[in-house]
Design a protein around this ligand. Structure first.
Ligand code: ATP
Ligand code: MG
Length: 390
C-alpha cells in the first residue's frame, strides 16, 4: 500500500450539526491545493481527512507542505496503511519508521483502536508492537514517559495506519466558512498579518490597495502584489483591486487642513472599500489597525475613520504589540517583503502634526468642500484587478 497523508481536523470537530458542511468545504479547499501535485483521493472518516495518492508520480512531500498551510487542519501526518493484523503492523513499523527508530534513543508505541472489532486492545497492541520493535532495534529503548520517538498505530475501519509524530498545521477554520470580507492591503507589516488572521477564521478575502502614482512607485505596487502572492498559500487565490488614489490625495491636500490629511484620506479608503464590499457582496472590512500605533489609530481616530461605513470593520491586530505582529509576519513569510523601503500612499503628504483627538462632526464639515461622490466614483471606475493564483 502507498504512503498517504492524514489531516487531523481542528475546531471543525466542534461544529455539531454544521460539521459536515465544514468538512466538505475543507475537502474542496484541500483538493484545489493538491491537484497540482498529482491525482489524490480525498475523503473523510472519523475526524480525519485522508489524502491518498492514486499514482506513483504524486508528489506527497509537496502535498504535505500544502496541507500544513490549509486552515481547518490542526496537524498532518504521513502514514503507511497496512492490513489490520498485528504482524503486518509490526513489519510496516519496522520498514516505514526504521530510520527514525535507529536515530532515536528511546521510543514508545501508542495505539488507537477506532475499529472495536480488532482482536487486541490498544494497550495489548502497543505492547506487542513495542516489544518486538525493541528487539529489532536494540539500541533504542522503550520509554513510555519521555520517548524521543512515538510510533503511532491506528486501527480504523478500512485499514491499520502506522505513522511517526504528526507535524503541526495551520489550525483555524476552512476558508469560505467565515463569510467574505474586503481586506485593506498596504505594503506594511500589519495588513498582511491582519489578512492572515481573518483568513485563519475562515474568511474568504478580497484585497483592495490604494496607489498614488507618481507619488508611489511601480516598485511599491509590485511589493503589494508580492505580499498578496506570499499570502495565497494561506488565504487561497486572491483578487487584488488596485484603486487609483492620487486625485483624492491631491484634492485633500488642496482643500483640507493639514493636520487632518491622514484622517480624511483614511475615510476615503474606508468609503472605497465599503463600495467594493457592497459590489462583491462582502459583509465586512478588514484593516491592520492597532490601537495607539500611530496618530490615525487612536480611539478617536478609529471612530472617525469607521464613521463612513456601516459594515463591521474587523481589526484583528487591535490589541497586539508590534513584536507579536512581527512574529506572525515572520511566521507567515511576509516580513522580509514588508520591510522593503518603498513608500506607501500614507507616507506621501504626511502632516507634521497630525490630529490625534479628532471629532467626527468637524471632519465631516472639512470634507464638505470636496466632491466626495465624484472622487469615489472616478477612483472605482479606474481601478485595476490583478488575480493572484497559487
Ligand atoms: P501597515 O503596516 O499595514 O501599512 P500601518 O501601521 O502603516 O499599517 P496605516 O498606514 O495607518 O498603518 O494604515 C492602517 C491600515 O489601513 C493598514 O493596516 C491597511 O489595512 C490600511 N491601509 C493603509 N494604507 C493602505 C493602502 N495604500 N492600501 C490599502 N490599505 C491601506
Ligand atoms: Mg501603512
Amino acid at each position: 500500500m502507498q504512503e498517504m497523508i492524514l489531516c487531523k481536523l481542528g475546531e471543525v470537530v466542534l461544529k455539531g450539526l454544521n460539521r459536515r458542511s465544514f468538512e466538505m468545504k475543507l475537502m474542496s479547499n484541500i483538493r484545489r491545493r493538491v491537484t497540482r501535485f498529482g491525482k489524490f483521493k480525498i475523503y473523510s472518516k472519523q475526524s480525519t481527512i485522508y489524502v491518498e495518492p492514486t499514482e506513483p508520480t504524486c508528489d506527497v512531500s509537496a502535498a504535505v507542505a500544502a496541507c500544513k498551510q490549509i486552515f481547518g487542519i490542526i496537524s498532518v501526518a504521513r502514514a503507511l496503511p497496512c492490513e489490520k493484523d498485528k504482524d503486518a503492523i509490526l513489519e510496516t513499523a519496522k520498514l516505514y519508521l526504521g530510520d527514525a527508530m535507529r536515530a532515536a534513543r528511546s521510543f514508545k508505541v501508542e495505539s488507537k483502536r477506532a475499529d472495536k472489532t480488532f482482536p487486541l486492545g490498544s494497550i495489548q497492541l502497543s505492547q506487542y508492537v513495542g516489544g518486538h520493535l525493541a528487539e529489532a532495534f536494540p539500541d533504542t529503548k522503550v520509554d513510555v514517559h519521555n520517548p524521543e520517538l512515538t510510533v503511532f498505530v491506528e486501527i480504523r475501519e478500512d485499514a491499520a495506519y502506522v505513522h511517526g509524530p504528526a507535524e503541526p498545521a495551520a489550525g483555524g477554520l476552512p476558508i469560505g466558512m467565515g463569510g467574505n470580507a474586503v481586506s485593506l492591503l498596504s505594503g506594511g507589516i500589519d495588513s498582511p498579518v491582519s489578512s492572515y488572521m481573518m483568513a485563519k477564521r475562515g474568511v474568504k478575502l478580497e484585497m483592495i490597495h490604494f496607489a498614488s502614482p507618481p507619488y508611489t512607485s511601480e516598485q511599491a505596487r509590485e511589493k503589494v502584489l508580492q505580499l498578496a502572492r506570499e499570502l495565497t498559500p494561506w488565504c487561497g487565490r486572491l483578487s487584488v483591486f488596485i484603486i487609483p488614489f492620487t486625485e483624492i490625495q491631491e484634492e485633500i491636500r488642496r482643500n483640507c487642513p493639514e493636520d487632518h490629511f491622514t484622517l480624511i484620506m483614511r475615510r476615503f479608503m474606508m468609503r472605497l472599500a465599503d463600495m467594493l464590499a457592497k459590489e462583491l457582496k462582502c459583509k465586512a472590512l478588514v484593516t491592520g489597525e492597532c490601537l495607539g500605533q500611530v496618530a490615525s489609530q487612536t480611539m478617536d481616530a478609529l471612530r472617525v475613520s469607521g464613521d463612513v461605513t456601516d459594515l463591521p470593520v474587523l481589526r484583528p491586530l487591535i490589541g497586539m504589540d508590534k513584536e507579536e505582529i512581527v512574529r506572525i509576519a515572520r511566521h507567515i513569510g511576509t516580513f522580509d517583503t514588508s520591510i522593503l523601503p518603498y513608500e506607501d500612499c500614507c507616507t506621501v503628504f504626511t502632516p507634521r502634526h497630525p490630529k490625534t483627538k479628532p471629532n467626527v462632526e468637524d471632519v465631516r464639515e472639512m470634507e464638505a468642500v470636496l466632491d466626495i461622490e465624484g472622487l469615489c466614483q472616478r477612483a472605482m471606475a479606474e481601478r485595476e484587478l490583478v488575480k493572484i493564483k497559487f
